[in-house]
Design a protein around this ligand. Structure first.
Ligand SMILES: [Zn+2]
Ligand SMILES: [Zn+2]
Length: 137
């Protein structure tokens, strides 16, 4: 069971299952939208996600065809990315999940070819140049 909230706490959610994949995305959209070197996402089952409060406080932004970013319109926290090609899962921003969630065995970096040159990856996780999910499907 995971819980999380945006910075202003108007939006709270829970996930009844576990994180089944963790990806650190180095694409330029994630860099800008997070204002950080990269965005980190917990893939969870959509059926296990539930808003506790604030489901009417979210705004969405279509960052590309088939990719919708959900964020809090009060504080701007990134909540999740919805990928149209994968309707059964959600990519919840790791930074809005509370505490120290159990990490899955599948943790990796994607869009490493778009990585900021002012950031260095120093872990040993697998690195991919694209979104591995899209490449597979
Ligand atoms: Zn907020
Ligand atoms: Zn990205």
């Amino acid at each position: 069971m995971l819980q999380g909230h945006c910075e202003c706490q108007k939006i709270c959610f829970k996930v009844s299952g576990e994180i089944n994949q963790l990806s650190h995305c180095h694409c330029s959209q994630c860099r800008r939208l997070h204002g950080a070197a990269y965005g980190s996402y917990a893939r969870v089952m959509k059926s296990e996600f539930q808003y506790l409060t604030g489901s009417n406080e979210v705004k969405q932004y279509a960052s590309s065809t088939g990719s919708t970013r959900i964020f809090c319109h009060h504080c701007g926290s990134n909540i999740m990315v919805i990928v149209a090609a994968e309707p059964t899962v959600l990519y919840v921003a790791m930074g809005v999940i509370n505490g120290n969630p159990i990490l899955p065995s599948d943790c990796h970096h994607i869009y490493v070819n778009s990585k900021a040159n002012w950031h260095s990856i120093t872990d040993d996780l697998p690195q991919y140049d694209e979104d591995t999910v899209e490449v597979k499907s």
